[in-house]
Design a protein around this ligand. Sequence first.
Ligand code: GLY
Length: 424
Amino acid sequence: MTKNILMVGSGGREHALGWKLSKSNFVNNIYYAPGNGGTFNNLDFDINKFEKIQRFALEFDCMVVVGPEEPLTKGIVNELSGNVKIFGPTKEASRLESSKSFAKNFMKENNIPTPSFSVFTNPDKAIDYIRKSDKPLVIKADGLAAGKGVIVCDSENDAIEAVKRIMIRKEFGLSGEKIVIEERIFGNEVSFIGISDGNNIIPVATSQDYKRIYDNDKGPNTGGMGSFSPSPLVDEELFSQIMNRIMNKTIHSMRNDNNPVKGFLYAGLMIEKETSQPYVLEYNVRMGDPECQSIMMRLKSDLYLYLQATIEKNLDNLPELEWNPNPAICVVMAERGYPIKHEKGNLINGLDTPVSDKTMIFHAGTIKDKDGNILTNGGRVLGITALGKDFNEARGNAYNIIKHINWGLNQQYFRTDIGKLNMT
Ligand code: GLY
């Protein structure tokens, strides 16, 4: 029952998933569409043109694994699932991620804890609401915005400016035609992810990511500048609270609405400081990036079996996933200037730095040229991922590799505080 895999996507998440799947006894070849400079068997496919993907999967007997949200929300699973095995949720279930107003209304209807909110399609009404509010606010573009459409505001002026950016200057295009204005709650963010077959959900290891560009969580939001796993904030009691009040409830309510979530379900949580209660800030219907890199580093079970059981809707036959008890961290090396404006096409030096079984260099925005050189090809370039007996050792292992990698004088940028656990 061995199978090939066609991994859809080009990020660090897809490199990490493919790396883990390559260790399965049930997997032969892994193909990437389109992959990156660190992956092999790359296919020059557009991830939003599903026919080529289907044809290849049929011809080469592949299970299709979809990494990023865009093809999911455009219906790749709806189109392919009658013909090939494909891991991921349908377009309808993907609305949990593709529409923040859908997700917020779903949570409200199903009594899943989330900060209070209002939805607006008219910027004047939104600004009027902000002026009358005496609460700290977060302004969110309704649609997809590569993790950049959420603006956390410190003042009324910030919130009004956010509405103008999203709705008037249309910085996120059609994704900003509608906005959610949410009450800001304070605490620590945790990424809580599970694999679900629509009826059952098996949690993966807890993790946290770093959304802001600069150390100490300063600067604008990015797709994620680093991650670590596990999250020390989630003790046994909080874990079961999250499973009962959020993850299981989400899966069962979506199933009851005829929108079963098959694939990864990621709840972006805020653990409120004063009450230690978890609130869902947002859902994603895919693995987190770069959480995936830290999580895959710790996974001991055979991932392929869980993907297959998801597709076949029999996850309840499998045991809980097994984890390396040692923590892992992932430090993202980015092009300087990301997430605003950055170069690409720079030659990356030091990729031959020896790595051990405790470290991995996952590629994201990289490309191989015709001479075999690896060049930068995006904002987030590499995810340097390491295990350690504790977070300090994992940090040491990751940052030691980073010292050897560069693509020009100060052209690379990374945060220096990933895995420093100074949560307050
Ligand atoms: N790291 C955040 C995300 O994947 O959405």
